[in-house]
Design a protein around this ligand. Sequence first.
Ligand code: SF4
Length: 221
Amino acid sequence: MSYKEIFNTILEIFNNNRKILEEKGWIVSSPHSYEWWGGLKSAEEIIISSILVQMSRWEIVKQAVETMRERGLTDFSKLYKTKDEELYQILKNINFYKTKVKRLKIISEIILEKGLERFYDRDLLLSIEGIGEETADSILLFAAHKPYFPSSEYGRRVLSRVLGVELKKKEVKKLVEDNLPKDVFKYKLFHAGLVTVGRAYCFNKPKCDDCMLKIVCKHAK
Ligand code: SF4
C-alpha cells in the first residue's frame, strides 16, 4: 500500500471508532464545530486551554476553563482587565499557572489589538512566548478551522510504529499534509485519532491486541 492509501485507511478506522475517540475527549462533529476540542464551546476557550494544557492534565484544565466561562473570563477584554491574583485562584491547580497567566495576558492584548482573524497567523503565533509549533497548529486547526496539522509526540510514536520508520516529531506534520487531502474535518479526525491511540494503546509497551490500528500497523505484524 502507498502512504496515501495507508493514511486513508487509518482515517477510515478513526471514523469507524468515533466512540473511542469521544471517550478520550475528542468529540467528532461538524468540520467547523469547536466541540472537537474536549467539548469546549468557542475559539477563545480553545486558545486559552491550549496554553493551560501544556504540561498539565486535561481534566484539571477543562474544569478551570469552565469556571472561567461562568465568570465571563473567556472574553479576552475581561480576561485582560482581571487581576492576576483572581486568575491565580482559578488556575492554581494547573502546573506553572503564574507563567501561564502572564502568557494569557499577552495573548489577550494581541487579540484585542489585532482581532482574532489577524491573530490566526502562524508566524505571529510562533513569535509569542509559550506558543510552539504544536500549539500554533492546534489553534489554527481547532479554533480557526484552518488546514494546519499539529505534530504531536503521540502522532510521532503511533505513525512511526504503523509505518515501521523512526519519525521525528516535526516530520509528522509534513507527512500528514502530504498524504491526506487538505481538509479540516480529515485533519481534525486524524489528529484526534492519533492522540487517542497514543493515549489508549500505543504505550512504551503497546497493547496491540486491543488497538484499532493493528490491521494496518507494521509493528503489530
Ligand atoms: S497496533 Fe500496537 S504499535 Fe501499532 S499503533 Fe496500535 S498499539 Fe501502537
